[in-house]
Design a protein around this ligand. Structure first.
Ligand SMILES: NC(=O)c1ccc[n+]([C@@H]2O[C@H](COP(=O)([O-])OP(=O)(O)OC[C@H]3O[C@@H](n4cnc5c(N)ncnc54)[C@H](OP(=O)(O)O)[C@@H]3O)[C@@H](O)[C@H]2O)c1
Length: 341
């Protein structure tokens, strides 16, 4: 029998509403052996992202759900520890879709290699990876802010929202962030240098948002949905653009919400204001924009114009609890697990 050293986290049960720790199961597995053409990866950092909540439900979406008992999906920064593939030597650090595993085999010829001399490798999971590209692609292709326009984004301290606001400002627009709690709001205003920030937990949130947007809103980058969208909708200008990136406030919803059907009012606004509301999944834009994204955002990080924050949790076994917390706003910055086996 091979020695058991690797670990994986599987979907033990489909969550009803908010996920529980018992919806996940930590399993031991043997460390796999690479065949010809394969590499063996040891995961250093596992990315936790909001989209994973959708994969836990058995419903039709843009991607297949994780089957019960299947390994949770996800991207990681990993080191090649054994190689039978000509493109990879031992010690190479790559970005890979390993899932929630400590070790994984890959036969891909196109993994992105990460150079720690260029940027900290964890940025490949955040500002210089999928979430950063979501901000870049959604803004560039759909939002298209012009100088002096007002761009609003929620989850503004997170990896998508923080870059949306900073890119908007770099293009000459006015950035208004929405975040949960005083500490996150201070970070968005003082460190990320947004023009204004509003705490969505304030009882007079809608009035404060209106006051922070004297010229109303030209681009609303939708990360959250729910009550924030309801406060934004009446403030949208004619011809406003709404890239719909995510709806995290709704990911744990069960059934049809609170029973108030707001779709007729929403459609009226879309029609009467000639709004552009477009959903997107970041990889739609990858072929055309990924190299420009890496170049522009990489340069912004190198010279300090773009700032980012990571929330690194220690221990592979703590991934479920950290993930559950992210859906309630307990993370502060890009959520990453340091696997450290
Ligand atoms: N379309 C795509 O290709 C794509 C790709 C990546 C991400 N996304 C989406 O982009 C959004 C942001 O993702 P991210 O990776 O940057 O993660 P993130 O900001 O770290 O997301 C978690 C944050 O969402 C906020 N949040 C959670 N529940 C909320 C609620 N009920 N009301 C208001 N805010 C809530 C919390 O921030 P506060 O405490 O500040 O509220 C929490 O810290 C998500 O909706 C995600 O699904 C889309």
């Amino acid at each position: 029998m091979p020695e058991v050293k690797a670990h994986q986290i599987v979907l033990a049960a489909r969550p009803q509403g908010r996920p529980k720790p018992t919806d996940f199961r930590l399993e031991d597995t043997p460390i796999p052996t690479p065949s010809e053409g394969q590499i063996l990866l040891k995961v250093q950092y596992l990315s936790l992202d909001p989209y994973m909540r959708g994969r836990m439900d058995d419903r039709k979406s843009y991607a297949e759900p994780v089957p019960l008992g299947g390994v949770m999906q996800g991207e990681s920064v990993a080191t090649v520890i054994a190689s039978k593939h000509p493109n990879y030597s031992e010690g190479t650090i790559v970005l890979a879709h390993t899932g929630w595993r400590t070790h994984a085999l890959s036969d891909r010829a196109d993994l992105r290699k990460l150079d720690p001399a260029v940027a900290p490798v964890t940025t490949g999971l955040g500002v210089l990876g999928m979430p950063g590209f979501t901000a870049y692609g959604g803004l560039r292709v759909i939002g298209k802010p012009k100088p002096a326009e007002t761009v609003v984004v929620a989850a503004a301290s997170g990896p998508v929202g923080s870059l949306v606001g900073q890119l908007a400002k770099m293009g000459g627009a006015r950035a208004v962030g929405i975040a949960g709690g005083a500490e996150k709001c201070a970070y968005v205003k003082d460190e990320l240098r947004f023009d204004a920030v509003i705490d969505h937990r304030d009882s007079d949130f809608a009035a404060r948002l209106a006051a922070a947007c004297p010229n109303r809103i030209d681009v609303y980058f939708e990360n959250v949905g729910g009550a924030i969208w309801q406060a934004v909708l009446p403030l949208l200008n004619n011809f406003a653009r709404v890239p719909v990136s995510g709806l995290i406030a709704q990911y744990n919803d069960v059934g049809k919400g609170d029973g108030t059907d707001r779709l007729p009012a929403t459609m009226r606004e879309i029609l009467s204001k000639s709004l552009t509301v477009r959903g997107f999944i970041n990889y739609e834009f990858a072929a055309e924009y990924y190299p420009a994204f890496l170049h522009e955002v990489g340069a912004g990080i190198a010279d300090g114009r773009i700032r980012y924050r990571e929330d690194i949790v220690n221990g592979f076994e703590n991934a479920p609890e950290a993930f559950i917390g992210m859906l309630e706003g307990r993370n502060f910055g890009k959520l990453i697990v340091r696997v450290g086996v």
